[in-house]
Design a protein around this ligand. Structure first.
Ligand code: FDA
Length: 389
């Protein structure tokens, strides 16, 4: 069978690309259903984009690479598409847009767009071998127990990254890219919880606090969640993308609280109150109880001199921790790194030295922050390749 374009991967980027390609298009996926990550995303409501998405929200060895695609299919273009399909949505926080209903609406929308474009979809199909021909690519695909030879002019790599292998994530895009001489940058789990092997936060499991997490490169102000195995929550996932093994992270548990002034005022007003009681007005009681074993919190407010209160403020605003590691690809939302952008055109996503080969979505070395940015990259890069084809 002959196609103009074969897209490997019916995820966010692959389906978006198929909806914009002209000619005879086939999308191939080894999963049972298309868009599985869309289905589970955003707690089943899909955080499909972010109102403030811009190049600064993406990590890549070349931070300029994402600019062109993001500018040519913006978050507002995607919102228009969602509106045209009568999918209602809301902003949850920080510009994050979610479906009011179910993330399945986004999958249905993409399938409808693919159908409108005349694209064919094969699920439970896997690529067995692939080679370059003079005018394109030849591959064989196993489907329903049969091996089918296929020929195409354009081949689009849209099989995503390595995160959540249980859901069918594989490194196929990286392998094919390398087969055709493209470089792949170091890949690692990102948007992923931190682990502490000594189980120090077990007693705090389930406690959530607003926190500012910082390392030498960046800072995020969002909720932090203590877990059985370590730390999670939005601020932790965000910082994990910028973290390297062995690095110290700094946690500010009182990011917007003038604690020293408050404690001094309270000392003057009613110094007989226990310091822990006063702190529990600003922090979860279980956290205060935990901290009691690690920093001096004995006595009443009246017992504390200015220097002691100042030390306490520093301890709470600059808590230094060294995670043992991360939960890895098992729970990571995305893969950092991927197909090196040096080998790709930022306008079309086509490989510079392999005409007809394209790479889009998470498989490429462009990784977004938490908050709808990764889907926006999938839509924008899928669109860029689709319109170019
Ligand atoms: P994606 O992973 O979507 O699709 C790749 C497709 O290729 C899959 O269908 C897979 O089955 C297929 N495939 C893989 N290997 C193959 C092989 N060897 N042969 C054939 N097919 C193969 N982002 C965001 O912006 N907002 C959000 O709310 C969330 N939420 C979220 C929750 C969870 C739990 C995860 C794990 C991730 C998110 N993300 C997210 C990230 C987002 O899901 C991700 O960045 C995009 O889905 C990437 O889109 P792609 O199309 O590139 O890959």
């Amino acid at each position: 069978m002959t196609y103009d374009t074969i897209i490997l991967g019916a995820g966010a980027a692959g389906m978006m690309c198929a909806a914009h390609c002209g000619g005879r298009v086939l999308v191939i996926d080894h999963a049972k259903a298309p868009g599985e990550k869309i289905r589970i995303s955003g707690g089943g409501r899909c955080n499909f984009t972010n109102m403030y998405a811009g190049p600064g929200n993406f990590l890549s060895q070349n931070p300029h690479f994402c600019k062109s695609a993001l500018a040519r299919h913006t978050q507002w273009d995607f919102v228009d598409l969602v509106n045209r399909h009568n999918i209602t949505w809301h902003e949850k926080t920080l510009g994050q847009l979610f479906c009011d209903g179910s993330s399945k609406q986004i999958i249905s929308m993409l399938l409808a767009e693919m159908e409108r474009a005349g694209a064919e979809l094969w699920v439970q199909a896997s690529v067995k071998d692939l080679r370059k021909t003079e005018s394109g690519f030849a591959l064989s695909v196993e489907r329903d127990g049969k091996r089918l030879p296929l020929i195409c002019t354009n081949l689009v790599l849209a099989t995503g990254g390595k995160s959540i292998p249980k859901m069918g994530a594989t490194g196929l895009a990286y392998d094919i890219a390398q087969q055709f001489g493209l470089q792949v940058t170091e890949t690692r789990a990102a948007l992923v919880p931190f682990t502490f092997t000594d189980g120090r936060f077990k007693a705090l499991s389930g406690v959530s606090v607003p926190a500012r997490l910082t390392n030498e490169r960046i800072s995020f102000d969002e909720a932090m969640l203590f877990t059985h195995r370590g730390l999670s929550g939005p601020s932790v996932l965000q910082l994990s993308s910028y973290w390297r093994e062995g690095e110290v992270i700094r946690v500010n548990l009182i990011p917007d609280l003038p604690l020293l002034d408050l404690l001094r005022d309270q000392r003057q007003a009613g110094g007989r109150k226990a310091l822990t009681t006063e702190l529990a007005r600003h922090l979860p009681a279980r956290l205060v109880d935990y901290l009691r074993h690690h920093i001096p919190l004995q006595g009443n407010l009246a017992d504390q001199c200015d220097a002691a209160l100042s030390e306490l403020e520093t301890a709470l605003s600059d808590w230094k921790l060294t995670p043992s590691g991360t939960e890895g690809y098992r729970t990571a939302e995305v893969t950092l790194g991927g197909i090196d952008t040096d080998g790709l055109s930022s306008k079309t996503m086509e490989a510079r030295d392999v005409p007809g080969l394209y790479a889009i979505g998470e498989a490429v070395d462009v990784t977004g922050w938490l908050g709808g940015y990764n889907f926006q990259w999938a839509w924008s890069s899928g669109h860029a390749a689709g319109v170019a084809i």
